[in-house]
Write a protein that binds this ligand. Structure first.
Ligand code: UDP
Ligand code: MG
Length: 153
């Protein structure tokens, strides 16, 4: 099974919709195996958004991510990386399809509610960036036979 990183950004925390967003992942059938609230430092954001570091708007993204604590979450499931990316929708909330998190809750490129890892490799790096090993839990997902066929997992 794959694990992927979700960040509930300040746009979710400030608007009081973090619970609703977490609930979507739970209802989908993903298992939450890690969760915590943190304030993101300059250093961790410079690593996390290294691909945007040279963009003129990098400081505005960094400031936005520091306007409140964020909730970090690790979600586990079959194909979880792609499943969660699809649930998030495309970056621009104005273009994200209705039914996706960004499509339902955002009209902005920047203030787009969630971060979701974009590949299996990235997910692995990002989970390690934000979580120590003892903050990720292994526990039985009791309803597994009701969530997947037995040859799917
Ligand atoms: N972002 C932005 N303007 C841009 C591109 C990105 O404000 O032109 C912000 C936005 O919040 C986005 C984050 O930077 O979610 C990371 O950008 P990326 O291209 O990795 O998009 P994502 O993977 O989040 O869809
Ligand atoms: Mg990205």
């Amino acid at each position: 099974m794959q694990k992927t990183l979700v960040i509930l950004k300040p746009s979710a925390i400030q608007r009081g919709i973090a619970g609703e967003i977490i609930s979507r992942f739970e209802k989908k059938g993903l298992q939450i195996v890690g969760m915590k609230m943190v304030e993101l430092s300059d250093e961790i954001l410079e690593n996390h958004y290294a691909h945007l570091k040279n963009k003129p708007f990098f400081s505005r993204i960094k400031n936005s991510m520091q306007t409140s604590p964020v909730i970090l979450m690790v979600a586990k499931g079959v194909g979880a990386v792609e499943v969660v990316r699809k649930m998030a929708g495309v970056t621009n909330g104005r273009e994200a399809l209705p039914g996706t998190i960004r499509g339902d809750y955002s009209v902005s490129v920047q203030e787009n509610i969630v971060h979701a890892s974009d590949s299996i490799e990235t997910a692995d790096i990002e989970i390690k960036r934000f979580f120590s090993e003892d903050e990720i839990f292994e526990y039985p997902q009791q309803l597994l036979p009701n969530i997947y066929a037995n040859d799917e997992y």
